[in-house]
Design a protein. Sequence first.
Length: 174
Amino acid sequence: MAASLGRAAAGLLTRLQTSAPTLRTLLSSNSFSQNVPSCLWKLGRLNHVAIAVPDLEKAQSLYKDVLGAQVSETVALPEHGVYTVFVELGNTKLELLHPLGEKSPIASFLQKNKTGGMHHICIEVDDIKAAMAELKKKKIRILSEEPKIGAHGKPVIFLHPKDCHGVLVELEQA
Ligand SMILES: C[C@@H](C(=O)O)C(=O)SCCNC(=O)CCNC(=O)[C@H](O)C(C)(C)COP(=O)(O)OP(=O)(O)OC[C@H]1O[C@@H](n2cnc3c(N)ncnc32)[C@H](O)[C@@H]1OP(=O)(O)O
């Protein structure tokens, strides 16, 4: 009786020793980690790429008349200090931006980039408040205390370009 108990205990010990690395492999394998959310919010699709332009009519005409894209009317967004025009591209959009008012956030950008240039990218998120909380913890500077309502009538925030490898990043609640 004692001998058979001893043999069973030894067998169990052997199985435990071999199962620990197996468990580690399983835990680190893709099939396992893909099902474990790393945070409470998720990035979605690229909503738009924004281009600051010194002459909105000329830029509109380039995309509409020369490149044949579908181009929206000009919309003034005084709370953002910009005029916007959207260019439909099928898989995403371009947002043409032009300064509105004396305190426009794109004025100094256009002073440095006289002929215009890529100003920001906008990526959708499923939970902007959760994104803000986590990004703050990770010391990414958010350029407003609270989300603002963006060009699509949805809450948006901007992340400092110096914390995003030189690119101004807008996050929009999907
Ligand atoms: C309607 C809405 C929507 O789509 O829903 C919109 O588009 S609103 C679109 C307009 N709104 C926004 O952009 C809101 C968020 N933007 C901001 O808060 C500001 O523009 C900042 C990004 C903080 C820049 O502020 P400001 O122009 O006063 O500072 P600054 O000229 O001294 O720039 C500080 C440093 O950041 C760099 N920097 C400035 N703007 C940049 C940009 N767009 N992309 C990459 N780098 C940029 C400068 O070169 C400089 O680097 P160096 O020190 O190395 O020279």
